[in-house]
Design a protein around this ligand. Sequence first.
Ligand code: SF4
Length: 288
Amino acid sequence: MNSQLRFFAEDADSVPVSLGRTRFVTREARSILTKASGFMAGYDFTLNPYSGCAYGCTYCYAAFFAHDEERRDAWGEWVEVKQNAVELLQRMRTDLNCKTVYMSSVTDPYQLIERRLGMVRRLLKILASRGVRLVVQTRSPLVTRDIDLLSRFEAVQVNITVTTDSEEVRKAFEPDCPPNKARLDAARTVASAGIPTVITMTPLLPVADAAGFSRDLLQVGAIRYVVQPFHAEKGRFIRGTRDAALQITSSMGWDEYSYAATVKMLREHLPGVREGQEGFVPIWLQEQ
Ligand code: SF4
């Protein structure tokens, strides 16, 4: 970690300096809602309460949006807390009624630090009171903590990322992320509370038993399932998959044919399977 990041870490007061391998820093953000574009063009705004992500998935495209190469290479080892996020949202004068917000596009809003800080919880209260239409994107069971607040939204959707049925595969690609079963249980809990729930298999990692995986996914009660392969190509909005993930994928013998065969199986067993960007359109827009 470079000296600049150490400086910020020593500056932090209410935020723990580190959790596991991740160092935390605080900073004042200039804005909290970002006009959506590119892959997120179907939304009005994206909301990222944190920069960086302690989950540090090997394939994370968000790493390529880090400010410099050192942070990109140390993805998962640093997180910046936007400590004025709640204040910024409170002060925002833009009419947010019926505006569609995607939280979050380049971090996980429910990563470990959120359990301590409760920042997302405070943001949700404001967003609900301003009539926002919200899509939450997470892989963390902590999202179940906020079911009471999510239920206040007139239009809301919770996307929970589940990438494989195999813990071995999950540990190879996402060793610091919650186990597969914990995510499926969380998705079931959210769906059972009457909140529209979508399973995002983005990216779909090697799957050990596609039929069994389909059965487990079906039991969640999600209204939609989204699949997406690695983005190996470079693009303006979606950056290339990280090299480490591509190497693991190759070593596991997972290629475009195994991906296609697995998607075919998922389509046979699950309702509402969508692929790629189409799957990320909010459900209330798809239903129009
Ligand atoms: S949880 Fe999402 S944002 Fe965080 S490292 Fe993994 S893919 Fe990236």
